[in-house]
Design a protein around this ligand. Structure first.
Ligand SMILES: [Mn+2]
Length: 346
């Protein structure tokens, strides 16, 4: 069932034309990996198109060169039909590319490269490595197999992919191998200080205003093991921000001492709420996200709940409380009914 980078490289060598597809709300890994692979395939003389359903967040725009993302709005069924091979990067399911999934034809050859535990093996080739810190790491192996030498732009993009998916080399997925890969990328021209500054120290004014509002909603329960924040559409408008300004806010919930699960709830529509989940060390939040139709990694996951903000907050917080009670049966912190989920308070 599982394929390797070798199978991906062979499939890509055979392909004349490839469309590389990036998931909705693309992150640094999806963007960096896509750009690097597109560059390598272009160097091999392939016809390549790079598509992102949602706009590339401003902080990652510096990674684009003559290789750029095209908006999904320009892609018709006919346009997609011009590409025989579709490469999905960092996508657990086919529908992670949003409305573009409807344009896939019966003759498309699908290559699935991912590192999520919840990947559904939807491709003809499935290179799923749950141990990879980022898809960027897998793409580097593919580029090696393709026989393309790493250039500075590829190195920069792959470094950004790995930097962001390891939380700046802080998360559990930061294995010794990751530093060896990073060292190789530096040798190929990636500049850590420039990349970090572009990604982490070039924030918009509105994103900090959004963060400020989110922090005012911070609550904890289950003896401080679950912490969460909410963001209504109205708050986002008040802060003059957009949804991309909410990226990373969830990490503040998990950063509190003693918190095992951090949650962030964002109202998308009147009865649609986007939920981000993070855990510190024990609880597998991808399981919780999966119960609500989402997925992700054990320490970072997400789901979209078709409930109004307040109700989504209540049910997911209750579920998180149950998870920490199961994980820490001796920790106390309440009556065990799990009914105080929405009340918050410290
Ligand atoms: Mn990733």
């Amino acid at each position: 069932m599982l394929d390797s980078e070798g199978e991906v490289a062979s499939a890509l060598m055979r392909a004349q034309s490839c469309m590389i597809l990036c998931h909705v709300m693309p992150d640094g890994d999806a963007i960096g990996s896509s750009l690097a692979l597109a560059r390598a395939l272009t160097r091999l003389g392939k016809k390549v198109k790079l598509v992102s359903v949602d706009p590339v967040p401003e902080v990652y725009r510096f990674l684009e060169s003559e290789i750029r993302f095209e908006p999904a709005s320009t892609i018709t069924r006919e346009a997609m039909g011009l590409y025989e091979t579709l490469v999905f990067l960092d996508c657990t399911h086919k529908d992670r590319i949003g409305s573009l999934a409807d344009l896939i034809g019966p003759n498309h050859f699908i290559v699935n490269v991912d590192h999520h535990t919840t990947n559904s093996f939807f491709g003809h080739v499935n290179y799923v490595d749950r141990d990879a810190a980022a898809v960027g790491e897998q793409v580097l192996r593919i580029i090696d197999r393709l026989g393309v030498s790493l250039d500075e732009d590829m190195a920069k993009s792959l470094y950004a992919a790995i930097l962001t998916d390891t939380g700046s080399f802080r998360y559990e997925n930061t294995k010794p191998r990751v530093f060896r890969v990073a060292a190789r990328l530096l040798e190929a021209g990636a500049k850590p200080s420039e990349i970090s500054e572009a990604i982490y120290e070039s924030r918009s004014f509105s994103s900090l205003k959004v963060l400020g509002l989110a922090l005012t909603t911070l609550k904890t329960t289950a003896a401080g093991k679950v912490a969460w924040m909410t963001m209504s559409r109205e708050m986002l408008v008040d802060a003059g921000g957009s949804e991309s300004d909410t990226e990373g806010i969830i990490n503040y919930a998990r950063a509190i001492r003693g918190v095992e699960i951090g949650l962030f709830f964002r109202e998308v529509e009147a009865s649609t709420t986007r939920v981000g989940l993070r855990s510190r060390a024990v609880v597998d939040v991808s399981m919780i996200a999966g119960e609500f139709g989402g997925g992700g990694h054990p320490r970072a996951a997400g789901c979209t709940v078709h409930l109004p903000l307040k109700e989504a907050e209540k049910v997911v917080v209750q579920r998180a409380v149950r998870a920490v009670r199961e994980a820490f049966p001796d920790a106390g912190g309440g009556t065990g009914t799990g009914g105080e989920g929405g009340d918050g308070g410290c």
